[in-house]
Design a binder for this molecule. Structure first.
Ligand code: ATP
Ligand code: MG
Length: 349
């Protein structure tokens, strides 16, 4: 819900690769809103793999401290080194923990001029953001038969309940009000069994509140298959961390490009917008990164804070530009530069 604020303090963490090209684009879109939102105050902050290679730290204490003073933030992307680098761990994973951003909310929507020509998609992946295999407790030992590696997969009732509640709350705001629980409890009956059972129990904790919400569940493999064949059956997909990660990239492919898909990392007290794509080293520095995922992430962030009108203005402007189809970056089959897409969007805002 919206809090009356004099100004809106927004932390900006572009981090690596195209993050540095698309976060400034999102900033420009927010600035274009004028009096729809409190006067934005932007705080530029450092993080990332490149910072680590220069300074030995990927997430400075100052960045975390400054974010705690902000109302919200936008994060770009971090490059992931292809091999394990001693002393390095992903700053975004750490930030989600530090700020207790337990939900990653990823709406995937196809617009009219959908270049992939696939059926229309309008779903939200609600991904648990703090546990599952992302606790990163991996070990490797030497055995008689060679090395043996193991990873811990943590699923707790608390985290499953709060991600479940987030999914049901979100369902109430949507026309179809349909939640699909994604799991693999035929194989992982203990961990995924707990996730599934806990999410299913959420409506029983607040009797009456979620009566209009319908619930389905699906094994993750069949969910991916059906996502490609009949994406229109999905409204809210709630999933443990790793399945949520994979499903949202797959859904992004359905709507034409990773460069279109936004997300927020949300907790009870803070929200951080973040495009679903990564640092895209293959196109970094060429000024052809699609800024739409980041611009839409800014809109999602504002929506979560209660600035619906501002969020709508950004989303409508983006939709018009995509639908018109004349100013698009190469990932969508266009020839335009990042800044040209930004300009077209700003003009419509
Ligand atoms: P990372 O390790 O940071 O995730 P990656 O190599 O996996 O890097 P992604 O950023 O995940 O790269 O992108 C996957 C593919 O999608 C790349 O080919 C990339 O160029 C493309 N892509 C991602 N984001 C965008 C964008 N905003 N605009 C255009 N193309 C994009
Ligand atoms: Mg990637």
């Amino acid at each position: 819900s919206s809090v009356a604020r004099q100004s809106l303090k927004i932390g900006l963490v572009p981090a690596d690769g195209i993050g540095r090209e698309v976060i400034p684009a999102a900033r420009t879109a927010i600035e274009a809103l004028g009096s729809d939102i409190p006067k934005p105050q932007f705080i530029d902050l450092l993080a990332g793999f490149e910072l680590f290679t220069k300074t030995g730290t990927a997430l400075p204490e100052e960045t975390i401290a400054a974010l705690r003073e902000c109302d919200c933030a936008l994060f770009g992307a971090v490059s992931s080194p292809s091999k394990r680098v001693t002393g390095y761990s992903s700053p975004i994973v750490a930030l989600r923990k530090e700020l207790d951003l337990y939900a990653n909310i990823r709406p995937v929507v196809s617009v009219a001029a959908n270049p992939s020509g696939k059926p229309s998609v309008d779903l939200v992946v609600v991904r648990e953001n703090t546990e599952c295999l992302y606790v990163k407790q991996e070990t490797i030992i030497a055995t008689e038969n060679g090395r043996e590696a193991r990873a811990v997969r943590l699923i707790t009732e608390r985290a499953s309940r709060r991600i479940g509640r987030m999914a049901f709350e979100l369902a109430l705001t949507r026309p179809r009000k349909h939640v699909t629980i994604i799991h693999k409890s035929n194989v992982l009956s203990v961990t995924d069994g707990l996730f599934r059972e806990t999410v299913r129990a959420v409506p029983r904790q607040e009797p009456g509140k979620f009566d209009d919400v319908t619930i389905a569940e699906q094994l993750v493999d069949s969910a991916v298959y059906r996502l490609f064949r009949e994406p229109e059956i999905y409204d809210i997909m709630v999933a443990p961390n790793l399945y949520g990660d994979i499903i949202s990239d797959a859904a992004a492919a359905l709507v034409g490009s990773l460069g279109l898909v936004p997300s927020i990392n949300a907790g009870d007290n803070f929200v951080m917008g973040e495009p679903v794509h990564g640092s895209a080293p293959d196109i970094a520095g060429k000024e052809i990164a699609n800024p739409i995922a980041s611009i839409r992430s800014a809109a999602l962030m504002l929506r979560r804070l209660g600035y619906i009108q501002g969020a709508d203005r950004i989303d409508n402007a983006v939709d018009e530009v995509v639908r018109q189809g004349t100013v698009l970056t190469p990932d969508l089959g266009g020839k335009s530069k990042t800044h040209e897409v930004v300009d077209a969007i700003i003009k419509r805002i």
